[in-house]
Design a protein. Structure first.
Length: 122
């Protein structure tokens, strides 16, 4: 059985390392992008089974990237979980309206991240 591929998109090296180590311990194949533009390149190279996406990033913010993914037939069905420090109603609502499959806040709750990822890629 092939390992499920997860793409983490966050401009924070610390968050990327934490999420990558958590998910690799659960036998996921993990790719990391530090910007929306880098994420787009990785996605077009190989479609992930799920994307963990930060809202606040340089170049393209997470909600704009999510809208772009949902507008593209090839990427429309990829589950996306927003992982952000922005724990406000506006960010949650905008994420859901853009097509997010989940919304998790930082600091990361390890068990919740693993549970949510597994529920969306099984």
């Amino acid at each position: 059985m092939n390992a499920k591929r997860i793409l983490i998109v966050d401009d924070s090296t610390t968050n990327n390392i934490l999420l990558q180590s958590i998910l690799e311990e659960e036998d996921f194949k993990v790719d990391v992008a530090f910007s929306g533009n880098e994420a787009i390149k990785l996605i077009h190279r190989q479609l992930p089974n799920l994307i963990l996406l930060d809202i606040m990033m340089p170049e393209i913010d997470g909600i704009s990237l999510l809208r772009e993914l949902r507008a593209n037939e090839q990427t429309r069905a990829i589950p996306v979980i927003m992982v952000t420090a922005k724990d406000d109603e506006y960010s949650r609502e905008e994420s859901m309206l853009a097509g997010a499959n989940g919304f998790l806040t930082k600091p990361i709750d390890v068990d919740l991240v693993v549970q949510k990822v597994k529920s969306l890629v099984s």
